[in-house]
Every structure is written in structure tokens, then in C-alpha cells.
Write a protein that binds this ligand. Sequence first.
Ligand code: T4K
Length: 370
Amino acid sequence: MQNIYVTKPFLPPLEEFYPYLEKIWASGVLTNGAAFHQELEAKLCDYLGVQYLSLFSNGTIALITALQALGVKGEVITTPYSFVATAHSLLWNGITPVFVDVDPQTLNLDPSKIEAAITPNTTAIMPVHCYGYPCDVVAIEKLSKKYGLKVIYDAAHAFGVRLGSGESILNFGDLSVLSFHATKVFNTFEGGAIISPDLKTKTRIDQLKNFGFTDETTVIEAGINGKMSEVNAAFGLLQLKYINEAIGLRKKINDTYSKSLSSVKGIECINAPADIIQNYSYFPILVTPEFPMSRDALYEKLKLHGVFSRRYFYPLISTFPMYQHLSSSDSRNLPVATDAANKILCLPIYPALTPEQQGVVIDAIKSCAA
Ligand code: T4K
């Protein structure tokens, strides 16, 4: 029996990648914002419905650079219910994360709890569109205007997500950051991007990701090396040709899970809001006390069936050693996130998952429910 993992990267036919490699070999230009890099930036702007995008070597360096670009300091309000890179990007900038609880429906930062966490040191909010489900961008914008706070969205999961109006979710806040890691809906092996609202900000970010150079001999600030190589960019261009097909296949898997699991007592599917265009990046379920066994027992049982689900996001970021001492990390401050982290399970979802494999996952869950 072949193991079934939570995800598997979409890989286009290998022979279709050779011509890109031949071009790179012929030019000898491997990196530093060359032809494929420029082409991918333009094509992604087009596909995502955004105006200015800067490619990065990965999403974490992009998050760190986004905070640098806006000169964020002091305290930043963020969610404990995310991948650890969200908060790590704050620590790498000498910023103190202030954890605020999440909304029970979306598991995203709860705007009604943000205000109480604002202090004179608060300079920004860093929400996460967890699982690609949009945050309450309108409420967050209101708060940011009222208190003069910057908003940087960690949109690592939100590639291609749009509101019902067709507006890209990436156009909210001061900046949005994407991840193109191998485990994401759209991957460039490793990669990421920052979405900027204007050319001035994009230019600044492009300088920051290239050591702070503005020309051959001028360095205006202490930038970093966050550049995406030509091989990664070329792979992104090829991926983009298949992205709608890949998301379509994910949707089918999503719909089958929803239909098959909705009647299982003790399993709650966390559905995306009805009026959005989603990317089906994850299939999160909550294992509630009505289920005959605990979430962790189910997680282990599934492994015996060769199914390797993941507990994204358990443990909460706030429980890791470098965050534990913060007063906002107290679990009494984070009851909803704590509860979700103890119930969450993300089921395998990726374009190559066959109906038979999905059947194995569903049957395994049902056999534990019986
Ligand atoms: N913000 C958020 C909200 C994020 O979720 C992330 C990343 C970031 C920021 C940072 O973006 P990057 O700097 O990564 O661009 C994974 C990913 O490494 C990480 O990118 C992702 N979030 C996080 C949610 O998940 P792991 O430790 O769970 O990955 P791993 O290696 O255990 O992979 C999971 C499964 O995927 C494996 O069981 C098998 C499969 N897989 C994985 C890889 C890497 C493959 O089939 N092929 C592969 O190449 O963290």
C-alpha cells in the first residue's frame, strides 16, 4: 500500500520543462532578476489580479522583508494559529508579537478582540488568511485606519483567492505575502512574493531583496538576498499554465470530502465562506468530543491505514519556547485557538490524489467513527 500524504506537489510533464532549461543554459543568466523572473512577475500580476508583485526566494524571507519595507517596530498584533514562520518573521525584526485569539468560524484573527490588545507600542497587524479562507478584511481595515496601524497579510495559503466581487484578497492591507513552497497550491519548489499597492513600494522592496543596491555601486540600506532564481521562475511559468486545472482537481476532492464526511458524527468540516473564489489548498476538519476517539488517536489510526494527515496548526505558535514568556501567550487569552489546535486535522488534498486514495482516507475515518 502506497502512503498517502497531506499533500504532493503538482509537477507538469518533465519534458515541458527542458526548453526552459535550454534557454537558461544558452543565456548563462541564472539569477538577479533576468528574463524568466520578469516574465513570471508580469504573468502572476495578470493571473492574480494585482498590480505590483515582487518575487522572493521563499515566503519567510518575503515576510521579513515586508516588515522591513514598512519600517515596522515595537509590537505587532498577530494570530497564534498559523505556521511558525508568521511570528518568526517578527522576531527576526526585533518586533514583539502580541497574540490575539481567532474567530471560531474562520479560525482567522478575530477583529473584535484586536482593539483590547492595542498599546502605545503597537505599530501593525499581521493577520493570516488561514487555509486560504479570507480574514475579515473590512473590519481589520477599519481598525487600522482608526489607530494608524499598518497591515501586512500573511497570505501564504491564499494564492488566487478572490472575494465574491472578483477582487483579489491580495489587494487588501498595506502588503500581502505569498508562499510558493512545494506544499502550496502554486509552487516554484521554494519561492514567495510580496504584493505592493504602488510602484514606489515595489521598487523599495526590490532593492531590499537585492542587498539594498539601487545601481552597480550604490547601496541605500542593509538589504538581504531574497531573490528568486531563473530556474524557479521558469518552473513557475510552466506551473501557471496548469494552475486552473490543478485547482479544479482540488475542488473535486474538496467536494467529495464535504459530501462524504458531513454525516459523520463528531467530524466538522470547516467550510470556506460561500461567496469567495477559493483555491482548495487544505481540507481542514475538527474532531469534536462526539467522535468516538480523540483527534490524536484518529491521527495515529489513519497512519495505520497509510494516511498521513497533518495537525495544521498544532501546537499553537504561542506555546513554542521563544514565545511562551509573552503575556499574550497565556492560553486563557486564546481559548478559541487553543480549542481549534486540539481538534484540527488536515486531510490529504492535492491534484494527483486518486478517487481510490481518497476513498481510503474516507473509509478509514468512517471505520473509526463506527
Ligand atoms: N506563513 C504561513 C501561514 C505558512 O503556512 C508558511 C509555510 C509560511 C508563512 C512560510 O512560507 P515558506 O517560507 O515556507 O515559503 C510545510 C511547509 O514547509 C511550509 O512551507 C508551510 N507553510 C507549512 C504549512 O507546511 P511541513 O513541515 O509540514 O512540511 P513537510 O516537509 O512535512 O511536508 C508535508 C508533506 O508534503 C510531506 O508529508 C510530504 C509532502 N511533500 C513535502 C515536500 C517538502 C512532498 O510531497 N514534496 C515536498 O517537496 O511544513
